[in-house]
Design a protein around this ligand. Structure first.
Ligand code: ARG
Length: 571
């Protein structure tokens, strides 16, 4: 924001004249009725200049006012800046004509983002929600500020869980077809598949023989032995179809549908690099890399890269995937999104990378998030305490929205299904991303689905309402008058939104721009309630208000695009 830098420079120079040096950064005021921006610089200068903050603030602001800004000091030493109407009107003109409403492009890195991370043959459950939706938004944010971004779903398709599923299937179905090409291909759908993993997993805990068999199959699969490999491919295709269906509803999509298995050709590189650097140690038959540092204050176990049975592990494919990504995409940053239980894993992996010189030119970032909880503060479960599948969770939210829509006489019946989905997804995403990612939150369906208050549907409704006003108004001549105090607050909120999109990107925290978008929508609502836009008789005023709300619409559409939510035509 150029005008802000201008004021900051003016203040900086004035401070210099007073014989001190300080960087001035203006922040948005939390008392909009008083001023638009403020700085506490006088407090930090107080010690250096040996005067009270208010005396300094008064000296700084003396003769500073110009045609664009009012600058004044208030006790005990704040410096406040208020934009004059002339300046605000210039700003509105700029924002109106900018399809990015002032959101700067600040970066052009090559970024690879790894999110979603669903596992083959296991249904997506509530725990997969956040990686998918926060990941999608971080990806969109990264792109919006100028980066060249590639996304990869990184399927969990190569570990022991595959051995368990295959062992389970081979007991239930005749799988000769895959091994010899004889007989018929056994037929199982995703639901049947999904039932197998929990069974096999439970059984492996009590049945040693079964567990050993699953481990053996895992090793054979990893060697791509015919039969096991073909069966695995079948399982994978069935699973991906199901995963894609759910992701589509969530508006989540990927350029790359790679999995752990695709890192297989790079596994040998992992061992080459690690051996060359003498990083591999043997421990109880397994191969490990010690990643402890002297400065560690909590225990840091070694990273196991090969199990005693000879299988490649989650950590091995992780390292191989990094090597393949570096070779094929040369990313300058790789971003991972998983829940915070994987913090240790990524910490260890990143340490191995730095010890081994893998991905030296890429920043490695792990974004974590907390748990989706029920009202009891414990992880969200089904009524009888079972795992909540993502598809059921989405259905519950859609149901709640459908019920609301059915109460509304104006909505045609054939619109309800689509609308319930659009509104439901927005409710779910907003309810999640209004929270700081690493925080747990409570999944409160009635609250999320309300059309009023801080919710996704409210945000959609704001855009729908603006669209309806603009439709009724037909063509208008852009005009930039500051009509009233409410207008002023909307413009300041537009500025704040533009700034916060960039902050959200820098902090990997969507909640920052989601909150600002909400503040913007709510300032529009206040304006709308106080001003009869369409019936305004003063032509310039009417045009100015329409210009303003059209700019708000552009900003809110960017918000919707970043959150990957649809805007209904009517609601
Ligand atoms: N499939 C993993 C899980 O369900 C998440 C994968 C995350 N990405 C990664 N590169 N490790 O826990």
């Amino acid at each position: 924001m150029k005008f802000l830098e201008e004021v900051e420079n003016l203040l900086h120079n004035k401070i210099k004249k007073l014989g001190a040096e300080a960087n001035v950064s203006l922040s948005f005021s939390d008392r909009p009725e008083l001023c638009d921006f403020q700085t506490n610089v006088a407090f930090s200068l107080s010690k250096i200049l040996k005067k009270s903050p208010i005396m300094i603030a008064n000296e700084i602001v003396e003769n500073m006012e110009n045609e664009n800004f009012e600058i004044f000091a208030v006790a005990p030493g704040f410096i406040n800046v208020k934009l004059k109407d002339k300046m605000l009107s210039k700003i509105l003109e700029e924002l109106y004509s900018d399809p990015r409403v002032g959101i700067e492009k600040i970066e052009n890195k090559k970024v690879l983002i790894d999110y979603g991370g669903p596992n083959i043959a296991k249904p997506l459950h509530v725990g997969h929600l956040r990686s998918a939706i926060i990941g999608e938004t971080i990806k969109r944010l990264c792109r919006f500020v100028g980066n060249d971004v590639t996304s990869d779903v990184h399927l969990g398709d190569w570990g022991l869980q595959m051995g368990l599923v295959i062992a389970g299937i081979m007991e239930k179905y005749d799988c000769k077809y895959f091994f010899t090409g004889e007989g018929e291909k056994p037929c199982f759908d995703f639901e049947e598949l999904a039932g197998i993993y929990p069974e096999s997993s439970a059984r492996s805990k009590v049945d040693e023989e079964f567990k050993a068999r699953a481990k053996e199959i895992t090793v054979k699969l990893q060697q791509k032995e015919k039969g096991y490999y073909d069966l695995w491919n079948e399982i994978k295709n069935i699973s991906i179809d199901d995963i894609k269906k759910i992701y589509k509803i969530l508006n989540v999509d990927f350029e790359l549908w790679n999995g752990e298995s695709d890192s297989e050709p790079y596994i040998k590189n992992v061992f080459e690099i690690l051996s060359e650097k003498n990083l591999i140690e043997k421990s109880e038959g397994a191969e490990i890399v010690n990643v402890e540092r002297e400065t560690d204050t909590s225990p840091m176990p070694p990273l196991i890269v090969r199990s005693s049975a000879g299988a490649e592990l989650y950590a091995t494919t992780e390292l191989a995937t990094i090597i393949s990504r570096v070779q094929n995409y040369s990313p300058e940053e790789i971003i991972y999104l998983t829940d915070n239980r994987q913090s240790l894993h990524f910490n260890q992996v990143f340490r191995v990378c730095s010890l081994a010189g893998i991905a030296e030119n890429a920043k490695l970032t792990h974004i974590t998030f907390g748990t989706v909880n029920g009202k009891d503060g414990k992880p969200f479960k089904t009524r009888d305490g079972g795992t909540m599948y993502l598809s059921d969770l989405i259905e519950m939210v859609k149901d709640a929205c459908r019920k609301k829509l059915l109460e509304n006489q104006k909505i045609e019946d054939d619109q309800i299904e689509k609308l319930a989905e659009q509104i439901g997804i927005s409710a779910l995403k907003f309810g999640d991303m209004i929270n700081y990612p690493s925080k747990d939150y409570i999944f409160d369906i009635p609250k999320f689905c309300s059309f009023e208050g801080k919710t996704g549907p409210y945000m959609q409704y704001s855009i729908v309402r603006i669209n309806s006003i603009l439709d009724k108004a037909k063509d208008f001549e852009p005009c930039f008058e500051i009509v009233n105090q409410e207008t002023r607050e909307v413009i300041i909120n537009l500025l704040k939104f533009a700034k916060d999109v960039v902050c959200a990107y820098r902090d990997y925290a969507p909640n920052i721009f989601v909150q600002s978008a909400y503040n913007l929508a709510s300032s529009f609502s206040t304006l709308y309630n106080k001003t009869n836009i369409l019936n305004e008789v003063d032509k310039n005023k009417r045009n100015s208000l329409l210009t303003l709300i059209k700019t708000v619409k552009t900003a809110l559409q960017i918000f919707a695009e970043l959150l990957a939510i649809d805007i209904p035509k009517k609601m």
